[in-house]
Design a protein around this ligand. Sequence first.
Ligand SMILES: *[C@@H]1O[C@H](CO)[C@@H](O)[C@H](O)[C@H]1NC(C)=O
Length: 401
Amino acid sequence: MLLRTLMFWSESILASHSPTPPHTAPPPPHSDSLPARHGYDSYSELVLPFKSNTALLDSYTNASGGIRVGKLMEHLDSLAGSIAYKHLLGPTVSALGPVHERGFYLVTASVDRLDMLAPLYPVRDIRLSGQVIHTGRSSIEVAVRMEALGADHAEGEKTIMLGRFSMVCRDATTHTARAVNPLLISTPEEDALEVMGARLKQHRQDRSRRALNRVPPTSTEAADLHAFYLAHGQPGPHEDGERVWMADTKLETTMLMFPQERNVHQKIFGGYLMRLAHELGYAGAALFARAPVRFLALDGISFTRPVPIGSVLRLSGRVLHTHGKLVHVAVRAYTADIATGAEEVTNDFRFTFARPLDPLNANSRREVVPKTYTEAMLWLEGRRALEMGMEIRGLRGGGRE
Ligand SMILES: *[C@@H]1O[C@H](CO)[C@@H](O)[C@H](O)[C@H]1NC(C)=O
């Protein structure tokens, strides 16, 4: 609906905001009174015509001659937002209308993964698309896909990136969870997607139950960590590669949060934060690898708190784990309140990049090594994420490292 232009959904909402909000919002519905929707009702797409529009391509090109991945993330985030709103408002609604009339709003709770399955060919048109694949009582899971459109007749569409966003519906007045329309499953494909959506939600819960800030590592993990410590963690020369302490990979940036990047709730737009975090993560991985790296996955993002306009944003990144080509990076976002100086964590981002491997170049043997117990747990978390990523990209039949 909103996706014919490159306008973000947040901007569309702002554009349709009326200056005099009435005091009566509709009463919050019960989920059984909300009409069920088909998955295809929320289908939305956006085409970036890189092939025919060189000016557009130019504005997306990065220094390696590829596409700026962070800018695609911004689009995917706004697309996921549009899709979730379309699910709630229905396929025929073409504008979001003012939030106080709607009585609800959506926030992104997490991004589960975005996996690169094939290289990005900048000479092809790119289609971003997606639809709702699963709903909970107040949550909506949206699957997004990025495809390269056929360059010639011999080659058809090619899936480049797949990912999932998880959104939560809130009441506009009370800001508490609000019921969403149930999802109707009508085709075998939708059934498969809904099963996948439910399973992924389960995986997410299992993962958080096994998180190392709650429970100890498994005995295999503990043994592997100890073996790694014996090989790399002790003083002395290290023949088999260059050791880099985790703390020495730290990279930070501090920025002011301007009102231009606001969303409908007068907070900073999530896609913008994704791009900033991705760029810092890229810089950290490239400086670690001492070479340009290739984006492979966004392993996860948590949206813990919104980032207020006018706050000071600090992004802090470091390399958590390395495995052959793979460099896994964490970026944590903090906001500082100017009046009090108090800092709060707002988001955690995890990214995986691939570095060039050259047996003759010692840089490609650089390995990140934890020094403290906290760092060792992060090192293990990084390893879990890399294993998951290899499994998923392998399962989906592409993107072998
Ligand atoms: C540049 O483009 C390549 C290919 O699309 C990608 O792998 C790499 O991560 C990009 N770098 C940035 C900083 O976007």
